[in-house]
Ligand binder design. Structure first.
Ligand code: IPM
Ligand code: MG
Length: 356
């Protein structure tokens, strides 16, 4: 089993090192090869996604990804910015199905910005379409406005588009996932305004005929944003497009009070996947040894489960993380009175010990 390790920028290298430590401790036949990505790759090779890094990711069974981005690259031309690396990997590997669980850990309930009773036991799964929508739609660019009240003025434009097969496949992923959970899918759209999302709604409704055992409801994205802070536990699986999924998944992650705990998986049709923490590169705390490695360690567990078909190893990691929390160990982001605050490497070591 071959894993491409792409640590990236900011806290990426520190947190990925801990996940690698945990993977090695499992003593599975895993071949791991590291390559630069994001700003680190721009520094080393002049491009955020060098050909060699892309080739390594394509050959691997799975990619373990840290994070990319740093304010210092904000002035680079767009094609050279670190974010292009993750967008390029998603597109080139066809990683259309993005799983973003938002789970509120019992010990961390108090860390949420919502009242504990609203989030205690929260367990929702956002399934975000990841290779279409306004993120990738062509045409896009800048030009002189061809018409309208500001004809001739400089304008910029992007294109929101989804095709029937793209919607069908992500809808199937969502219904299948719901069958493993509480059999409820909420499809989030903006069909009241956008053609793209009227098609989305129509196609999701059609696909639902194959899944009569799963409950489906439709919600406009503005209402979904509101319901997520009002009564988040009403959701089970949320399926939505790339742009809305980007926004709603950050909102949902924050509800749990522990964005430093949340893993994610992005899969293609062959089951090949990219696994990364839901949080970003946090350049403000990079290199200090204080970042929380648990989201990355839990992403490694998802990788074992989904791409490498090693469910027992995945269970072992997840149980070890629970044990470490129960022992009262916390990184600074999830610290609370009475707990022991540890650094990044200490947390990784504790998970290795807890593997048993
Ligand atoms: C995410 C991030 C990315 C996105 C950025 C870094 C391009 O916000 O994975 O949610 O917008 O998809
Ligand atoms: Mg985002």
């Amino acid at each position: 089993m071959k894993i491409a390790i792409l640590p990236g920028d900011g806290i990426g290298p520190e947190i990925v090192a801990e996940a690698v430590k945990v993977l090695r401790a499992l003593a599975l036949p895993l071949e791991m090869e590291t390559a630069p990505v994001g700003g680190a790759a721009y520094e080393a090779a002049g491009h955020p996604l060098p050909d060699a890094t892309l080739a390594l990711a394509q050959q691997a069974d799975a990619v373990l990804f840290g994070a990319v981005g740093d304010w210092k690259y904000d002035t680079l031309p767009r094609p050279l910015r670190p974010e292009q690396a993750i967008l390029g990997l998603r597109k080139q590997l066809g990683l259309f199905a993005n799983f973003r669980p938002a789970l509120c850990y019992e010990q961390l309930t108090h860390a949420s910005s919502l009242k504990p009773e609203l989030v205690a036991g929260l367990d929702i799964l956002i399934i975000r379409e990841l290779t279409g929508d306004i993120y990738f739609g062509q045409p896009r660019g800048r030009r002189a406005a061809p018409d309208g009240p500001f004809a001739g003025a400089e304008e910029a434009f992007d294109t929101m588009r989804y095709s029937r097969p793209e919607i069908e496949r992500i809808a199937r992923v969502a219904f299948e996932a719901a069958r493993q959970r509480n059999r409820k899918v909420t499809s989030v759209d903006k069909a009241n305004v956008l053609e793209t999302f009227q098609l989305w709604k129509d196609v999701v409704t059609e696909v639902h005929r194959d899944y009569p055992d799963v409950e489906l409801d439709h919600m406009y994205v503005d209402n979904a944003a509101m319901q997520l802070v009002k009564a988040p536990k009403k959701f089970d699986v949320i399926v939505t497009g790339n742009m809305f999924g980007d926004i709603l998944s950050d909102e949902a992650a924050m509800l749990t009070g522990s964005i430093g705990m949340l893993p994610s998986a992005s899969l293609n049709e062959r089951g090949q996947g990219l696994y990364e923490p839901s949080h970003g590169s946090a350049p403000d705390i990079a290199g200090k040894g204080v970042a929380n490695p648990l989201a990355t360690i839990l992403s490694a567990a998802m990788m074992l489960r989904y791409s490498l078909k090693q469910p027992e190893a995945a269970d072992r990691i997840e149980a070890a993380v629970q044990r470490v929390l129960a022992q009262g160990l916390r990184t600074a982001d999830i610290a609370s009175p009475g707990c022991t605050v540890v650094g990044t490497a200490q947390m990784g070591d504790a998970v290795v010990r807890a593997l048993g």
